[in-house]
Design a protein around this ligand. Structure first.
Ligand SMILES: N[C@@H](CCC(=O)N[C@@H](CS)C(=O)NCC(=O)O)C(=O)O
Length: 241
C-alpha cells in the first residue's frame, strides 16, 4: 500500500465514525496527507496488504512514512503532537490533557459501546451479511441512553465544548462523529434519542459551528448513502402495502 513517497496516508471508510473524526482533524488542520478508501463491505480491511498496516483489520489507520498506527484516539494524539496542531485540539497543559484523555476512555465503554451496539445490531449487520440481533440492539440502546444522560449532566454541562473547554478538541470530534452514526436509524428514533438532551444539543451545534464546512463535507458520502438506503426501505414498504 505504497503512497506518494513520504506522504502521510490515512486509511478510512466514510461510514466509520472514528475514520471521519481522523479525516476531519486532518482537513481542519490542513495536514498534508493522502486519503485511502478502505471499503468494509468488500472486505478491503481484511486483505493481507491492509493487515500489514492494521493487523486488527479495522479502519481508521495511518501510515506515516513507514510508521503505521491504528486506533483513532492514538492517531489523533500522534498527529496533534507530530504536526504541531493548535493547542486546543489536544492541550499540552497536563490537567487539561488528562481531561481529554479521561473523556476518550469513558467514551469507549459508554457512548461508543452503546451507539455502535445499537446501530450495528439493528441496521449495519444486515448490510454486511451478518444477522440482526434485536436483544443486543436493545442493550446498546439502553447503554446509549444512559450515556447521553451522563453527557448532558456532566461532560456537556459547562460548555461550550467538552470538559468545559472554550475551544474544540479531539474529544469533541470523536464523540460528535459517533453521534452522527445515529442517522443510520429511522429519523424518528434518532430524534427520540437526541432531542431530550438540551446540553448535548447545544454542544453538538457548537462543534458543528467550529468545524464546518469540513464536518459536513466529510459526512457527505455517509449522509448521501444513508438517505438512499432510507428511500429504498420506504419504497419497499410502500410496495408491500
Ligand atoms: N477503537 C477503534 C474502533 C475501530 C472500528 O471499530 N472500526 C470499524 C469501523 S467503525 C471497523 O473497521 N469495522 C470492521 C471490522 O471490525 O471488521 C478506533 O477508534 O479506531
Amino acid at each position: 500500500m505504497a503512497g506518494e513517497s513520504g506522504k502521510l496516508q490515512v486509511f478510512w471508510y466514510p461510514h466509520s465514525q472514528p475514520s471521519r473524526a481522523v479525516v476531519i482533524f486532518c482537513r481542519m488542520n490542513k495536514i498534508e496527507y493522502e486519503e485511502v478508501h478502505i471499503s468494509i463491505p468488500t472486505g478491503a480491511h481484511k486483505t493481507p496488504e491492509y493487515l500489514n498496516i492494521n493487523p486488527m483489520g479495522q479502519v481508521p489507520a495511518i501510515n506515516d512514512n513507514g510508521f503505521s498506527l491504528f486506533e483513532s484516539a492514538a492517531i489523533l494524539k500522534y498527529l496533534s503532537a507530530s504536526r504541531g496542531t493548535p493547542d486546543h485540539w489536544y492541550p499540552k497543559d497536563l490537567k487539561l490533557r488528562a481531561r481529554v484523555d479521561c473523556f476518550l476512555d469513558w467514551h469507549i465503554s459508554n457512548t461508543r459501546r452503546g451507539a455502535s451496539g445499537l446501530v450495528y445490531n439493528q441496521v449495519v449487520a444486515a448490510l454486511v451479511g451478518d444477522s440482526l440481533n434485536p436483544k443486543a440492539a436493545a442493550e446498546g440502546k439502553a447503554l446509549l441512553v444512559k450515556s447521553l444522560g451522563i453527557l448532558d449532566d456532566f461532560w456537556c454541562k459547562e460548555g461550550p465544548f467538552l470538559c468545559g473547554a472554550e475551544e474544540v478538541s479531539i474529544a469533541d470530534l470523536v464523540i460528535s462523529c459517533e453521534l452522527t452514526q445515529l442517522k443510520m436509524l429511522d429519523d424518528s428514533e434518532e430524534s427520540e434519542l437526541l432531542a431530550p438532551w438540551k446540553n448535548v444539543t447545544k454542544w453538538f451545534q457548537a462543534v458543528k459551528a467550529a468545524t464546518n464546512p469540513v464536518f459536513d463535507e466529510v459526512h457527505g458520502k455517509f449522509y448521501a448513502s444513508n438517505n438512499q438506503l432510507k428511500e429504498a426501505k420506504l419504497k419497499a414498504t410502500t410496495e408491500q402495502s
